[in-house]
Design a protein around this ligand. Structure first.
Ligand code: C2O
Ligand code: CU
Length: 552
């Protein structure tokens, strides 16, 4: 493999937005962090060096890490954190991914400031499955808190639900000119009339699905989550946290200045609906006078969930001779998994609603081991770190009438339950949202590590095991690592468990993730020599305190 080397120094550096200067965790002092460029099939080696005063891990979101979960970078799941002063060489082998992915911290809420794009170009001998763009640009959507994010996280987890509200949304780290004291801080893009640009959009935000639009311009979606799609012409994009969307932008309008803007599609009452904006300017010789202040594009109604679902339902795999698809057809595991928000008693008197919110999958609120990690425990046979009994469920009928929302959910149990899969198992998983209403019941953008999956179906209300599966799309379903499950609906995914290791699955809304909407798969080794997990690298971060004989 050709090898691409990077050095990631995690430090606290000082950054100013909205006239607030704060010190925050960054990689190489950049916010967003550096973009990794590589080609399909190349090996990326990243030396992560912790020069900060906080623990860190780095995850390569959407990279499958074949047989090598060791550097997947998930705190408490695949490793113990890199402590201050320590470093970890992470080996990130790109296999069949091509398009855009991203990397981010995977510990507490550190990913709020520690993230960057991964651009995976075609191999040298190949081209894009669309005309070569004139230029390309990653655009990362993010959030800005004036407060320290670790503090925000700790308040949030203690029951202060309002702590989730950030102060601004960002495009490539810039809020744009709609926020107080942000006039100059906007992403700027120059385009030449008649040329086509490839925009690689990443939603690196913590808690919001976003709509993105460019005033007066149509966009052609060509990929999502590191896989190509059939071209989809649209005037707006809906993008969930953790999702990437690649689209072509043709500079085919009268030369001038146009807004690019992204705005939340749903959120808690009283939330921030100010869009983050960027400015697109046509360059070249033209005489048309420039408007002094461009006009914002118009967005769908707030909480128009149908609109967002509608967008993702239109995505289709390219599924041609060069990019064939392999939808698993011999399902060995039919899983039905509920996604719920649960209420827990408030341990103090300070909870915003008088109770604490937690979240669960099949009524298990996952807790992560504190001084251990699941992968190492599995590999070394250390007991007491996880239980291999993630519960099975059969489809249930939920009442989605207003008022019955909480009644939908059995009380959740806390646990560290994993689901065991034999090598090459073929899994169909129906993810059923159990919440009715707005507020904490927004959609669940679910993310799986170590595999890509096909989204073969989705719908509102209850999944029907008799009438829904015959309508599944097994011809050209989109391939990815994210699916936005409607809050009161369902999505069905299929994947082949051909990657031995420990692989996390969770809601990519950071608040639901923190509340426990997560689980893990363990994919056992296969028989063949190339069907087994590779051994761990010598510099795996140590778990502290060291294991004692009594835990073994
Ligand atoms: Cu992008 Cu487990 O995350
Ligand atoms: Cu969720």
């Amino acid at each position: 493999h050709a090898v691409v080397h990077h050095k990631f120094e995690v430090r606290r550096t000082s950054h100013t937005r909205l006239c607030t200067t704060k010190s925050m965790l960054t990689v190489n002092g950049q916010f967003p962090g550096p973009t990794i460029y590589a080609r399909r099939g190349e090996l990326v080696v990243v030396d992560v060096i912790n020069r900060a005063d906080a623990n860190i891990t780095i995850h390569w979101h959407g990279v499958k890490m074949p047989r090598y979960p060791w550097t997947d970078g998930v705190d408490a799941v695949t490793q113990c954190p890199i402590t201050p002063g320590k470093s970890f060489r992470q080996r990130v082998l790109l296999s069949d991914e091509e398009g855009t992915l991203f990397w981010h911290a995977h510990i507490d809420w550190a990913r709020a400031t520690v993230y960057g794009a991964i651009v995976i170009l075609p191999p040298k001998t190949h081209t894009y499955p669309f005309p070569k763009p004139h230029a390309q640009l990653p655009i990362l959507l993010g959030e800005w808190w004036n407060a320290d994010v670790q503090q925000v996280y700790e308040d949030f987890i203690a029951g202060g639900a309002s702590a989730q509200l950030s102060d601004a949304f960002l495009m490539n780290g810039q809020p744009g000119d709609q926020y107080p004291c942000s006039e100059q801080d906007a992403l700027k893009l120059s385009v030449q009339p008649g040329k086509t640009y490839l925009i690689r959009m990443v939603n690196a935000m913590m808690n919001f699905i976003m709509y993105f639009k460019i005033k007066d311009h149509n966009l052609t979606v060509v990929g999502t989550d590191g896989a190509y799609t059939k071209p989809l012409n649209t005037d707006h994009i809906a993008i969930a946290p953790g999702q990437t969307i690649d689209f072509l932008l043709e500079a085919n309008q009268p030369p001038g200045r146009y807004y690019m803007a992204a705005r939340v599609y749903a959120g808690p009452v009283g939330y921030n609906y100010i869009p983050t904006t960027g400015i697109m300017d046509y360059v070249g010789n033209y005489t048309r006078p420039r408007p002094s202040s461009p006009v914002l594009p118009s967005f769908p109604e707030i909480d128009d969930g149908a609109r967002s679902t509608h967008f993702s339902n239109k995505l289709r795999s390219l599924a041609d001779d060069n990019y064939p698809i392999k939808v698993p057809m011999n399902i060995t595991h039919n899983m039905f998994v509920t996604l719920s928000i649960n209420t827990w008693p408030c341990p103090t008197n300070s909870c915003v609603f008088g109770y604490m919110l937690r979240a669960s999958m099949n009524n298990v609120t996952m807790s992560l081991p504190e001084t251990q990690n699941i992968l190492e425990a599995y590999y070394k046979g250390i007991r007491g770190v996880f239980t291999p009994n993630f519960p099975a469920m059969t489809p249930i009928i939920f009442d989605f009438t207003e008022g019955y929302r909480r009644g939908n959910v059995a009380p959740a149990q806390s646990g560290t339950a994993v689901y065991m899969l034999d090598y090459n198992s073929e899994v169909e998983m129906v993810l059923q949202g159990t919440d009715y209403g707005v507020g904490d019941g927004v959609d669940h953008p679910m993310h799986l590590h170590g595999h890509s999956f096909y989204v073969v179906g989705s719908g509102y209300g209850n999944f029907d095991p008799n009438t829904d599966p015959p309508n599944f799309n097994l011809i050209d379903p989109p391939l990815g690592n994210m699916v936005a499950v409607p809050k009161n609906g369902w999505s069905a995914i299929r994947f082949k468990a051909n990657n031995p290791g420990v692989w996390f699955m969770h809601c990519h809304y950071e608040r639901h993730h923190s509340w426990g909407m997560k689980m893990a798969f363990i994919v056992r080794d296969g028989e063949g020599p190339n069907e087994k997990m590779l051994p761990p690298p010598p510099d795996m971060p140590l778990c502290e305190p060291p294991h004692t004989a009594s835990t073994i």
